[in-house]
Structure formats: structure tokens, C-alpha cells
Write a protein that binds this ligand. Sequence first.
Ligand code: GLN
Length: 199
Amino acid sequence: SRVIGVLALQGAFIEHEKMLGKLGIRTVEIQQRGDLEQHFTGLVLPGGESTVQGKLLRDLNMLEPLRQLVAGGLPTFGTCAGLLLLAKHVEDGDTHLALMDITAKRNAYGRQLGSFFTHAEMTGIGTIPMTFIRAPYIESVGKNVQILSEVNGHIVAAQQGNMLVTSFHPELNDDLSVHRYFVNMTESGHSLDQAADIL
Ligand code: GLN
């Protein structure tokens, strides 16, 4: 059955659980290494503070097993700090899972200007509300990465096979369409084949 794991160490994980709940999806919180052995068919990496999340993942010995799950094709949705956890290259920050072929710029809009709200188009979804909070953006992408949205000339959503990232927070608005898009990713068999590209 459909269960999505939500990394619940720090940040906006409860908001993701609520959004998925509205779509009828059961969630499990991932808080320690043993939780990774539960059955789940997708994974959410929430926003928050990537430095804190990265340190906790290392301290709890979760970074390697998590990396193996995502590299093995587990459909994974990273928002904001979650995007930074997935990025292979991070400007002004450390890398963590380092699986997605993107260069992310941390606190890209500056500390004061990084928080704003807008509406913009996301490929395959339509025009949606986008809330940015001390947001990163994606400076460049590798050839296997599909750009899904740009705001003011900066990439704010992208997908590489089983990995979906947004630099904004769809869990903080009541529009369910990005979560619905991700749930569809967890139901299509394609993600596992495409994961072969990153290994
Ligand atoms: N600036 C944060 C970081 O570096 C991300 C902010 C967020 O997730 N809203 O992790």
C-alpha cells in the first residue's frame, strides 16, 4: 500500500504530512536509522536548516543508508533545505546526500530578501502559489535534469528521475498540486529505471 516516509528530524515535516494526508496518503516519520527499514514508497525531505539536518543525519548514522535508498530509485521530494540535501554541488554550503546533478546556491536571495511569495508556472502542473523562505535556487543543472520552473530567471523546481526538488515550500500553501505530482511519481514505475542514470 501507499506510504510516504517524511524525514522528521527538523523543519517543516508536519506540514508535508498534512498535505499528503489531504491526498489520502499515509505517512511515517523517519527519525532514526531503524525507521528506514519500514515499508515506504516515497520520501519527503522537508525544508528547515540544511546544516542542522545534515549534522543530525551524520550523527544518527542515517546519511549513508538514506543515500543508498535514494540512489536505488526511491521517489524523493526535497523542498528548500531538502533540495540542498540532495544537491551534488552547493555554493556557500556543504554537500550531504550529493545525488542530484544540480548546483544549488544557499541563501541565494540574501538573508533578508530570501522570503517572498509569488505565483508561477510549473511544468506539468500549471500556475501555483510559491512561498520562498531564505530560499536557495538552482544555478545550473546537468543534462539529465529537467527544469520544471523558473522565477525571475532562476531555477526553482527541477526533476532528475526519481528526485523532485523545489526551492519554495508547497506545503505552506493549500494548493495540493505539487504533492499530487510527487504522489504520481511514487506510483509510476519509471523512477526506478531512471535511477540507473545516477549510479
Ligand atoms: N536557508 C536554509 C538552508 O540553508 C533553507 C531554508 C528553508 O528550508 N526554508 O538550509
